[in-house]
Structures are given as structure tokens and as C-alpha cells.
Design a binder for this molecule. Structure first.
Ligand code: ARG
Length: 600
């Protein structure tokens, strides 16, 4: 766990308060016992209670012989149960096995909580983040080099983490795009640009639209032609020295890339605030100067380096040719974030390949005394690594000709495939082609296609490699975005068919949970808060995906197939339950950056 979130709306938290009271009463000599409350999990489809308090066993070992009235953990469990303060949230309690206190919640209370959420909005369920200013560094592609699937993963995961943290309403959340616009590749690109367009005014940015091809061509020339190579190296020096002609060429190249990146962000609904590597260029010398004064920088083979604990290789902060590198930039950037932007928590989202880079960066800062040692209450710097994206052949995902896949192509494909499936369904199965306008088809194909790509990524634990398969992610059965969207569209359709004004029902109607499956669904909805707390405090979007999938399953398989809504005597109550499901479901989609469709 990275941080502890305070969530007053969570059932666990509220039960925790009651049990803390009971524990204090039962064992006055141990006033600081933390209540251990867990939600019960069904075994073979049967659940004996909703929650369980598990303190009796370990507490008994502590007080053995000190409190005569408790002869066994079970009798201690009974004591705790008797001392529970009266509360409208609990229907009944019992002691099971060696001393578990089983808790059944009151269905009236569950219904009231849900109705309150419907009136106050889901934000009333938000936990509080104990940190004021958070920065998530994600996506961060490199100019001219292709934005590849690794950047897609960083973009998807980083966006979701930002949304999750935003829900906790920190004072400020910065979504930072640390674009790589300052590498040595620019010498080569600029040189190639000058040779292709001897007159810089002739450069039309859209002519070099395909930067990947441009990059490839210049790289091949760089590798073959020694004169070109030399000129390219001199170009870097001129660019870094601020020569206007070279700056202009650099800007032109950067703009082409930016236009490409923007297209991807727009399609995926990603907000990012760019602060490119070049921004820190002037900050590097003073940052290194400070580190030098602290005695951290050493000479090694003509380069300037820093050694950190537990790593044999040093980190190079000034190269032998006097140039700076990726590392020098990150040193300056982190210094800036901590001291100028006053960020309390810096989160970096990249693939695992960069774990060592960040480990060394944080260690260098610790050595300088700029970051406290690990034992502080909250993390200040966190690297969130993720695994590779594999193709169905089990190897790194590549296009058929072996190149890195262009994200734009990948998203086009996702949209096209989801469109084909949608058209087939609309025309063949539903026979309701008239109900769908052309725009609606386009919009829904995009929402489903992009949603499928995001969900397929997020539902895995981010540490594992995941296999990219359109066939799997666009399947309408199983744990996919398409399946979830069906569930969402179904609820929308129930509400539409009822013809009722939900806003009115919220004010006048009452939710009653007499049917077992109504209760199961309602309890799962209420448990959103504690699942969210688990997902957010561990920065694990997959926990949220699992919750959403279970919600769709419970709705479809338990509630929908057993409880008639429209036209039933319980219609009002059930419509309210449907609405509460929609609100929670949509919020999960929102947190995952997925736009659900209203009909399917
Ligand atoms: N541009 C880098 C890459 O593509 C990722 C940057 C991550 N952020 C950072 N501050 N280093 O690998």
C-alpha cells in the first residue's frame, strides 16, 4: 500500500468504528486494538454473513489468563458481540467457528444509504487523500521516435491513476507529459531536414507527416554516410547552443510529432499538460552544481557520474562529450517538481525497463538529502512499472512487417473491428437498423473499440505482460469492455422502457430490498467505496475492473434474470436500484477512462 485513504462512507470503516468501541469495552487493558473487519466471500454460492470481525483469535492470545471470563477465543468473540453499541446498520450478529463475529447488515439501512447516494451524488462517497499536491508523469512519448504501445500502456494506466486520485479531490493534480524532445536524434533529423529542404521556408509540416519514415531515412543515412554523421553531431551542438536556424528546424520537427500525439490523445480522451525535456535544459547546470557542492559528482573516464547505494554502475550525468542525457534531465525535473511546483507525491508511469533508472534517480536524491529516507508516512516518489504488450504470437507486439505499430493504426483497427461487429448485430440480430443513425454507429464503434483497448489493458495486473488480441478484447462474452457495455445498455433500456422520470422517483420513491437478489446487488453497490480505497491506495486499476465485472455479473445473472422491473409491483423500488447501479457503473467507467454506450 502506498497511502492510507480515509473513507467515511465505507461500510468497513463504519463497522470498524462500532467494533473499536466493542473491543475497548471488552478488553479495557488493550485500548489500541485495531478492528479487523472483512467482507465475507461466498463459498459455493452461499454466504453466511456480509462482514466478519476477526479480532478474537489474535486478541485472545494476548490476554490469555488475564481476563478470567474468557476461556477461549470463541467466548471472547461472544464478549465482543455483546458489547457492540446498538446501531441501525446491523440486522444481526452471531459468533462462528473459533470466534469470528459474523455481521448481517440491515437491508433497510443498505437501501437508505443507496438512496442517499442517489440524492447526494457519487462524490459524497469519495475518500480523502492525505496529500495535497500530486503529479502523475505518464505517456511521455519521444518526438520523432514513434509513439508505441509501451506509451499507450503508460497513457492508459496513467490516465486511470490520475482519474482515481482526482476522485479523492487533492488540492491539485498535475497530469504531466514529459515529452522527449531533446535527444541526440535531433542532430540527425535536422541535418536530414536541411538536405531534403535546402530552403527552410519550403518546409511544409504536413509534407513530412510521416515522421517515422523520416526518422528511418535519416537514421539509415546516419549509419552509412560519415560526412552526414559528422554534420549531424555538429547540428546537436548548434541546436543546444541556441542557433536560431537550428531551433526553427527543431520546432518544425517537434510540431509534427505533437500533432500526431494530439490525435491519439483526442481519440482516447486524455488530458495532459506538457512540460517537455527541453524545458529543463537550463536547470541542469545549477542542479548539477548543487549536487557537486554536496560532493556527489565524480569524474569517471572523462564523464561526470554519481554512485548510489546498492548499484554497481554509476549514473552518468554529463557525458564524455560534455552533453547531458535522459538522466540529467530527470534530475533537474525532479528538483523542479519538488522545489518549485511543491509536489508532495511524484508518480512516474513507465514500463519496467526503466525501474533501475528511477531507483537510481530516487537514491541520488536521497544521497543528496533532498528526499527523506523511506520511512516517512507517505511516499514522495513512486515509480509505477508495467509489463510488455505482447502479440498473439507471444512476442513483443509489432506490425506484420516487424516495425513498431503506429498507435493511430491500432486505434483505427479497433474502431473498424468494433464497427463491423456492431453493424452485424444491428442489422442481423436486432433488425432495428432504423434506430441507429450513421453518427451513432460511428460514435458507438469508437466508444466500444477504444474502450475495449483500454479495458483489456487495465483489467490485468499492470505488472504482468499482456497479450494484445482484438479478437479477445472485442468478444461480447467474458470479462471484456463489450460485455460490460451490454450490461450498461441493458439497464439504460429498462429505464427507458419504464417511461418514468427517475429524478422524480428519487424524490418520492422508496427503495425496498425484500428479494435476496436485490439485496445482493445493493450490497455490492455499497461496497464500491471499500474496493475503490483498495484500488487507489495500491494504485491498482485492475481491482476496479474486477469490481465492475462482478457488478455487471450480479446485475445480469442475479438481479435481471430473477427480478422483473417494468410492470412489477416493485417497479419504483427496482428502478431506483437500476439507477443506483447505473451511477456506480458509470463512475467506474469514468475512472477507467471508458465511455459507455446507452444502447446496444
Ligand atoms: N520519454 C520516456 C520514454 O519514452 C519516458 C519518460 C518518463 N518520464 C520521465 N520523467 N523520465 O521512455
Amino acid at each position: 500500500m502506498f497511502i492510507e485513504l480515509d473513507c467515511p462512507a465505507s461500510v468497513r470503516k463504519q463497522l470498524g468504528k462500532l467494533f473499536a468501541e466493542a473491543l475497548k469495552q471488552t478488553v479495557p487493558t488493550e485500548p489500541d486494538i485495531v478492528p479487523l473487519i472483512d467482507a465475507c466471500i461466498a463459498k459455493d454460492g452461499v454466504k453466511h454473513a456480509d462482514y466478519q470481525c476477526n479480532n478474537a483469535m489474535s486478541l485472545f492470545a494476548k490476554i490469555k489468563g488475564k481476563q478470567e471470563e474468557f476461556k477461549s477465543p470463541r467466548s471472547l468473540g461472544e464478549g465482543i458481540m455483546k458489547n457492540l453499541p446498538p446501531s441501525e446498520m446491523i440486522e444481526s450478529c452471531s459468533v462462528a467457528g473459533p470466534g469470528f463475529v459474523n455481521i448481517v447488515l440491515s437491508k433497510k439501512w443498505i437501501a437508505q444509504r443507496l438512496q442517499k447516494m442517489l440524492t447526494d451524488g457519487i462524490d459524497s462517497w469519495a475518500p480523502r487523500l492525505p496529500i495535497k499536491r500530486v503529479l502523475v508523469d505518464f505517456s511521455s512519448p519521444n518526438i520523432a521516435k514513434e509513439m508505441h504501445v509501451g506509451h499507450l500502456r503508460s497513457t492508459i494506466i496513467g490516465d486511470t491513476l490520475s482519474r482515481m486520485l482526482e476522485f479523492c479531490q487533492p488540492e491539485c493534480l498535475i497530469r504531466r507529459n514529459h515529452i522527449g524532445d531533446w535527444g541526440t536524434q535531433f542532430g540527425m533529423l535536422i541535418q536530414y531536414l536541411f538536405e531534403t529542404y535546402p530552403n527552410p521556408d519550403d518546409v511544409n509540416e504536413s509534407d513530412i507527416g510521416d515522421l517515422q519514415a523520416f526518422y528511418k531515412a535519416s537514421k539509415s543515412k546516419f549509419d552509412k554516410d560519415d560526412d552526414f554523421k559528422l554534420n549531424a553531431q555538429q547540428s546537436v551542438v548548434k541546436l543546444q547552443g541556441g542557433d536560431p536556424k537550428y531551433r526553427k528546424a527543431w520546432e518544425q520537427i517537434c510540431n509534427i510529432s505533437r500533432t500526431e500525439f494530439k490525435k491519439v490523445y483526442q481519440r482516447l480522451g486524455i488530458r495532459l499538460e506538457e512540460m517537455p525535456e527541453s524545458f529543463y535544459n537550463e536547470l541542469i547546470p545549477p542542479t548539477l552544481e548543487k549536487l557537486d557542492q554536496l560532493g556527489l559528482i565524480e569524474d569517471s573516464d572523462g564523464a561526470r557520474v554519481i554512485f548510489v547505494d546498492g548499484v554497481d554502475i554509476p549514473l552518468i550525468v554529463v557525458k564524455r562529450d560534455g552533453g547531458y542525457n535522459y538522466f540529467s534531465t530527470d534530475l533537474a525535473a525532479l528538483w523542479y517538481r519538488l522545489n518549485i511546483e511543491k509536489v508532495d507525491w511524484n508518480i512516474y508511469v513507465t514500463d519496467f525497463g526503466q525501474s533501475q533508472h528511477f531507483d537510481m534517480l530516487f537514491k541520488a536524491f536521497k544521497r543528496a538529502g533532498w528526499l527523506p529516507e523511506d520511512k516517512n508516512e507517505y511516499p514522495i516518489c513512486t515509480h509505477i512499472g508495467f509489463g510488455l504488450v505482447l502479440g498473439v504470437d507471444g512476442k513483443r507486439l509489432r506490425s506484420s512487417c516487424g516495425d513498431t505499430i503506429r498507435l493511430v493504426d491500432l486505434l483505427n483497427e479497433a474502431k473498424e473491428q468494433s464497427k463491423t461487429a456492431l453493424l452485424k448485430r444491428v442489422l442481423c440480430h436486432l433488425g432495428n437498423a432504423k434506430e441507429w443513425s450513421k453518427e451513432e454507429i460511428e460514435k458507438a464503434s469508437e466508444a466500444i473499440g477504444y474502450g475495449a483497448v483500454k479495458y483489456a489493458d487495465l483489467k490485468n495486473n499492470k505488472t504482468t505482460n499482456y497479450t494484445f488480441s482484438f479478437e479477445q478484447m472485442l468478444n461480447d462474452k467474458g470479462n471484456t469492455a463489450v460485455y460490460l457495455m451490454y450490461a450498461h445498455a441493458r439497464i439504460c433500456s429498462i429505464i427507458r422502457k419504464s417511461g418514468k422520470d427517475i429524478e422524480e422517483l428519487k424524490k418520492t420513491g422508496t427503495m425496498v430490498l425484500d428479494h435476496e437478489n436485490e439485496r445482493t446487488l445493493a450490497l455490492h453497490l455499497l461496497q464500491f467505496t471499500e474496493v475503490f480505497v483498495e484500488a487507489c491506495s495500491n494504485l491498482l486499476p485492475n481491482v476496479l475492473c474486477e469490481y465492475l465485472y462482478n457488478l455487471a455479473e450480479i446485475f445480469t445473472k442475479k438481479f435481471y434474470s430473477n427480478c422483473q422491473v417494468v410492470g412489477s409491483p416493485e417497479e419504483t423500488s427496482r428502478l431506483l436500484l437500476c439507477e443506483a447501479t447505473l451511477v456506480v457503473m458509470r463512475h467506474c467507467f469514468y475512472l477507467l477512462g471508458i465511455e459507455p454506450v446507452d444502447k446496444l
